[in-house]
Design a protein around this ligand. Structure first.
Ligand SMILES: Nc1nc2c(c(=O)[nH]1)N[C@H]1C(S)=C(S)[C@@H](COP(=O)(O)OP(=O)(O)OC[C@H]3O[C@@H](n4cnc5c(N)ncnc54)[C@H](O)[C@@H]3O)O[C@H]1N2
Ligand code: MOO
Length: 393
């Protein structure tokens, strides 16, 4: 069987995904989700010219003064009148500029004597100095967040100040996670000979913690076709992700169980190391992603397929992981036909791969701060050669 290139597998996986309905949620519930429509400003910010400093609103042409103090403008309590030549209004940061004023004299450069203000320093450097003009940040109708952009804390803040209280987003996905394997027992238990603590399901759920999903923990499913089939057949989820049982051994039952549960396989085996035996298909309304059992393979395939699938189904415009270029800190051998994602560390801006890259080694993965991408058939690389790096948060 020929191995599917990673990009082709990502495209085929995305093609399996059903459309997800949208819902309108309060801003505080939208963090980490993706805007389902362009978010346009419903007001202009600032709505009027505002002072950027605490001091005195003046006319620039009136310098060097002195100035006659006629009132005060504070944030939320603007000065009601109009300032004439030679006059000034006490003003605070964020307060509306009075009619007639064009600049702000900071209070550190002013002295007060009764109702007369004297200039003690250089004063505002230009006409309009220390003033935030109306619309400096944005105007009514401007696109504040584009459809498909992630709703980061700063983007939520701009939509709030842009006049929104709710936003349209894709509904929260339901992601069922199943660890398969007779050897597995929940973490922390005493182990009988041959048993192994379950770590993949835990790791995957943790990788999804910051995503807008509801995790359905199917726990540990033994290598038993009837039990596995029943567990799959009963799921009510948008995505079913399994780990283990993906390879060719006699106890690798995820494919037969998917088939027996009435699902269909779309592809199996990709040109990737680690992660070759990954499979994808459908089961009822769910996309099925069968990740390999080796812990590092499960981690890498989750980075390259599961997280992007969730982002894509949740409306992300750019769901695939982004890479940066970094110089290698050591030589690397030529690569074969599989894209390689080496666990490594960035030190002083240079990328170093861990010496042993066995896909069972969690301690190496736990130390890794990046994955170093080696394209298929890459020639041997020297120190200083540029490599694509996926930063691990
Ligand atoms: N003859 C061949 N053998 C294998 C091939 C192959 O092409 N031909 N591919 C190898 C590759 S590559 C991988 S990756 C593994 C993946 O196999 P499975 O997905 O079937 O994984 P398992 O056999 O179930 O488990 C592998 C390994 O990982 C441990 N494991 C599994 N699940 C968990 C879990 N939830 N938590 C912690 N550890 C887990 C399991 O005990 C095994 O040690 O196949 C190769 N073989
Ligand atoms: O692809 Mo396996 O994931 O090499 O260990």
């Amino acid at each position: 069987m020929t191995l599917l290139p990673v990009a082709d597998a990502q495209a085929r996986l995305f093609a399996l995904a059903p459309a997800i309905t949208t819902e309108t949620v309060p801003l505080a519930a939208a963090v980490g989700r993706w805007a389902a429509a362009d978010v346009l400003a419903r007001r202009t910010q600032p709505a009027s010219d505002l002072s950027a400093m605490d001091g005195y609103a003046i006319r620039y042409a009136d310098r060097p003064g002195p100035f006659a103090l006629i009132g005060e403008s504070a944030a939320g309590r603007p000065f009601a009148g109009t300032m004439a030549a030679g006059e000034t209004v006490r003003i605070f940061t964020g307060a509306a500029m009075p009619d007639g004023a064009d600049s702000v004299l900071v209070q550190e450069e002013a002295s007060r004597e009764g109702d007369t203000i004297h200039l003690t320093g250089d004063g505002p450097r230009r006409h309009g100095g220390n003033v935030r003009v109306q619309g400096l940040d944005f105007h009514d109708g401007d696109v504040l967040v584009a459809k498909g952009e992630r709703l980061t804390p700063a983007r939520l803040a701009v939509t709030a100040i842009g006049g929104h209280g709710v936003l349209p987003v894709a509904r929260r996905l339901r992601v069922a996670i199943a660890a398969t394997g007779d050897e597995l027992v929940p973490a922390g238990r005493d182990l009988a000979p041959g048993q192994l603590p379950e770590s993949n399901g835990l790791m995957l759920a943790a990788m999804l913690a910051a995503l807008p999903v509801e995790v359905i923990d199917l726990g540990i499913i033994p290598d038993d076709l009837a039990i596995m089939t029943a567990a799959f057949a009963g799921i009510d989820a948008d995505i079913l992700v399994t780990t283990g049982g993906a390879s060719v051994g006699d106890h690798d039952l995820v494919r037969p169980a998917l088939d027996a549960a009435g699902g269909s396989l779309d592809f199996w085996k990709i040109a990737l190391r680690p992660g070759k035996p990954m499979m994808a298909g459908r089961l009822g309304g769910a996309v099925v992603l069968g990740l390999p059992g080796n812990p590092v393979s499960a981690f890498v395939t989750a980075q390259l397929f599961l997280l992007p699938l969730i982002a894509m189904m949740s409306g992300a415009r750019d769901p695939l992981p982004t890479t940066i270029a970094a110089p290698l800190g050591e030589p690397l051998p030529a690569n074969d036909h599989r894209t390689d994602y080496l666990r490594g560390e960035l030190r002083d801006g240079q990328a170093f791969a861990s010496t042993i890259q066995d896909s069972s080694m969690l301690r190496t993965l736990a130390r890794a701060t990046c994955l170093i991408l080696r394209p298929p058939q890459a020639a041997a690389a020297q120190i200083g050669d540029s490599a694509e790096i996926l930063i691990l948060a």
